[in-house]
Design a protein around this ligand. Sequence first.
Ligand code: ADP
Length: 663
Amino acid sequence: AGAAAGPRRRCGMEPAGEAEEPPGFPALPVEEPQDGQPLEPPPGEAALPAVTGRERCRRGAGAQGPGVRAARGKGRWAPCRRGGEEGGRAARRPRVTVDSSKAKTSLEALKISLRQLRWREFPFGRRLPCDIYWHGVSFHDNDIFSGQVNKFPGMTEMVRKITLSRAVRTMQDLFPLEYNFYPRSWILPEEFPLFVDEVRMMKDSDPSWKPTFIVKPDGGCQGDGIYLIKDPSDIRLTGSIQSRPAVVQEYICKPLLVDKLKFDIRLYVLLKSLEPLEIYIAKDGLSRFCTEPYQEPTLKNLHQVFMHLTNYSLNIHSGNFIHSDSVNTGSKRTFSSILCRLSSRGADVKKLWSDIISLVIKTIIALTPELKVYYQSDIPAGKPGPTCFQILGFDILLMKNLKPMLLEVNANPSMRIEHEQELSPGVFENVPSPVDEEVKVAVIRDTLRLVDPQKKKRKDISPIIFKNSERQRKESYKANIRYNYFVCCRCQTLESVSEGKEEALETGPGEGEECEGSRGPEAGLPSLCLKQVFPKYAKQFNYLRVVDRVAALFIRFLGVKGTTKLGPTGFRTFIRNCKLSNSNFSMAAVDILYIDITRRWNSMGIDHKESGMCLQAFVEAFFCLAQKKYKSLPLHEQVASLIDFCEYHLAALDEKRLGCGRG
Ligand code: ADP
């Protein structure tokens, strides 16, 4: 069965893929001299709204030869002294500073965004602190002690296939119905026997069930090493699978097809803050298409990657791949164009969008407990450090019945806005990709607008918050239509399909979300393409955040700052302080529980750097204790009851200590 997926790619010459940016991907050289001066648009363009990438392309970046470099060339945006009202105003206002020296392949989209915002870019870094550090790969790309970084510590580890599957599974154990948007998965090699047993049992109970499974190596991206199987015995257990862990997942056999082709959706999600939790979703994303007409998997077609895998990086090598300048044709389109098409066929796209919002919020709720552990370890409370935000790429597959299913989350979604074209054999050129540019520049620019450190200051000065009223939005569209026609059309399309007033989660402007419309420092910019979904919908989802509360207990007992694992003494203190030990559960039994669970989790080989009990092991121990103490309840109620019990005793202890302190 199934052959390894995909042709080989040229190292360091990746096209604009949608997968994670591989760690260590080299940044393109930047040719501007660093003289500490901001990059300014040329005088003639100062009064115009910020220039878009599309205009930049039209004005000749493409004609200037191998793509992006020409656009970044010395003569393009020479630093200039400007007169005029706009320049005067800008000069009075201190401008946001951004260190782009580690931006790697997102550099080009970032540069366009910064020009649109008229912020100061430091492409080679800066001796003084910057307001924002834009990293291409991870939080740890730089030593930073202030400002904001566009990555959370631990995010890359959290969204690896195995870690994500584990985090979602914990939530599936607690809330099976709420988390049925993730295919049933098993972790290899350790769960291979379980996989075999469960499949056999399901086949026995339903002989008509003819499943297909997809095997994905952990940490892989762009379809690397993925293959399909019909039976557990087809797994390649020899050699690499032992040394390279993987996830095996139920294959979704009946995806929604457009033009007879399978496609998936890449949605951009901004995690603006972990505490308090703030989530935004981009109103538009990308749809990546297969290049062979889809057929349900059979032994004969299992190996046909162009039929079953939607990865851009694979399908680009198919002779059928269609590059298109239009957002609604070709092998890569905007998601809004798909929604329009579905809507015209009578599909309930409002419900679909609401389901997608729900999927995103629930997935992030599954990730936050462990992210908080990483966060306190890298940025301990009370020590100087930056705050973080991050753009995530959600890969979603729509089933035939329009149910969205989560495939994976990317910590470093590709932000490249150009793709390679082979001019003649072996000669490649980077050419702008309009679809990528439409979506990605808006996401980066609006992320920056949302984390703008000066926005808060401005808010404090001006009591007026311009709400994004219908009239204002229209004004804003008109003002921008000349330079950003597609963005406006897309926003309107999506808003008009999603602005349900009923129970569906709508995506209109969130409460407290501001749009400065055609006035203020963001004059001329389109309304935000990112819409707040949390805390906007907190009421509907807060009941799911139980593991967050377990993580808070775990963090409290970690003790030494900078660690992510709990030692045996910390675990004993937790048990003692929460009054969980009694005649039926002695401290000796506590030690045995600690050793058993910790040893098992550590033998799974996730992180050997530190010894002790990781959060997932603690969660398992906590569930165990909850089941013991509250036998008759469903699991989520057992866990919630035990949390209440622990929190009550800890609060009493704190109160007592406070009293002693005062005494
Ligand atoms: P990678 O990180 O290597 O891209 P993905 O999990 O995104 O790995 O899987 C690659 C592709 O395989 C997806 O884009 C999708 O087309 C297909 N795929 C992945 N999981 C499933 C699944 N459970 N059912 C159907 N297709 C899937």
